[in-house]
Design a protein. Structure first.
Length: 377
């Protein structure tokens, strides 16, 4: 049988097999989509069939569990009502406020009110973080979670192999969701997910700055190849911009002044938000960054974007840019160097040139207290 023929629960895209299965209507309330789809990471039909069948079996078992929770509990009329209110896993202890909500409901409140106009990543982060809590401790009322639950949650995250910084982000999201929902419901909550101890440095590696000789090699190759991907590399390499900041630029964001100098106006767009308020700034375009900007402006196409290939949807696809460019750079930079290393290298270069610290911060958008649009002279 041909390797490209789709097997049960699979489809093929660019030669890669993907799993796909529609979620039963009665269970869609538990999901954010009507279908589950993900890459099986193989081009082999035989391997894809095995992996798809395993995933389908896991879903069948879990869906049976969900359906069981929805059934009437035998002997429910015999339960002591003063001790338990409700049934199934979503049991509400008698000492929990009637206005309390389940964590799954808290996520809905949080995203409905705070998620408006926020990117999809914001929604996914809240759903994923609280999903971890529910997987570990169950979907409880906010006031029913204990410090023991929070510690068990921490241990589960560590067991997943998350670095200290990732655990910090997950806990921060859970605290935000629970505190916000509690405030909206008028609950007095002593948040058990606050003050949980773990090693915040575990699994964290220092970012590697791109060395000067490697920087020269990469920039030389960019001139030789001379395409939009290499323009993006050159732009980042001599500005220190975050990759998403550069990939989300429009041609109008590249501004030519009366004296012929160029600068990039980094500002928030509907398709690309900025990391902090201090990230909004003007960045001078010199060296290879100026060459890249001139090549971008010289292009005769109808797109308003500097890099159309990464702005085909309503969100700048910086992840795709990062994957492609990091892979290309491996041949020219030391092991561990990535596109983000240009940002660290720019800070080192500005310091070596004795550029004032406040100007260094403004060029890179490192200052978080708010900055004016100042360009290094």
């Amino acid at each position: 049988m041909s390797e490209t023929i789709s097997r049960p629960f699979t489809f093929v895209k660019d030669g890669i097999f993907y799993f796909s299965r529609r979620i039963p209507k009665e269970l869609r309330c538990h999901y954010t989509s009507s279908r589950i789809a993900f890459s099986l990471r193989t081009r082999s039909a035989k391997i894809a069939e095995t992996r798809a069948r395993k995933a389908a079996d896991q879903l069948d078992e879990y869906w049976y569990h969900l359906r069981s929770l929805a059934t009437e509990l035998p002997g429910k009329h015999m339960l002591r009502q003063e001790r338990v209110v409700g049934s199934g896993t979503n049991v509400q202890p008698a000492d929990v406020s009637p206005s309390s909500v389940l964590l799954s409901e808290a996520v809905g409140i949080y995203l409905q009110l705070k998620g408006k106009g926020r990117p999809e990543t914001f929604h996914r982060a809240a759903e994923r973080a609280c999903g971890y809590v529910i997987d570990t401790c169950g979907d409880k009322h906010l006031g029913a979670y204990t410090k023991a639950d929070a510690n068990a949650f921490r241990d589960a995250l560590i067991a997943r192999g998350l670095a200290g910084t990732s655990i910090t982000r997950v806990f921060g999201t859970v605290r935000s969701v629970t505190n916000f929902a509690a405030s909206e419901q008028g609950l007095s909550l002593n948040n058990p997910f606050a003050g949980v101890y773990y090693d915040r440095t575990a699994g964290v590696s220092d970012r590697i700055s791109v060395p000067t000789d490697a920087l020269a090699k990469v920039q030389h190759e960019c001139r030789v190849i001379d395409d939009d991907l290499r323009w993006l590399v050159s732009l980042v390499s001599d500005t220190g911009m975050r990759l998403a900041e550069a990939a989300g630029l429009t041609k109008e964001d590249i501004i030519r002044e009366a004296d012929g100098s160029l600068f990039a106006r980094v500002r928030p767009h509907p398709w690309r938000r900025l990391k902090t308020k201090g990230s909004e700034r003007d960045v001078p375009l010199e060296g290879e960054a100026r060459w890249a900007a001139e090549r971008i402006l010289a292009q005769e196409n109808s797109s308003t974007f500097a890099f159309p290939r990464y702005n085909k949807t309503d969100t700048t696809n910086a992840n795709a840019a990062s994957a492609a460019l990091n892979k290309w750079m491996k041949e020219y930079v030391p092991e561990g160097c990535t596109m983000h290393g240009f940002r660290h290298a720019m800070r080192d270069r500005l310091r070596a040139a004795e550029c004032p610290a406040d100007i260094v911060d403004q060029i890179g958008g490192w200052q978080t207290d708010g900055i004016g649009h100042v360009r290094c002279p």
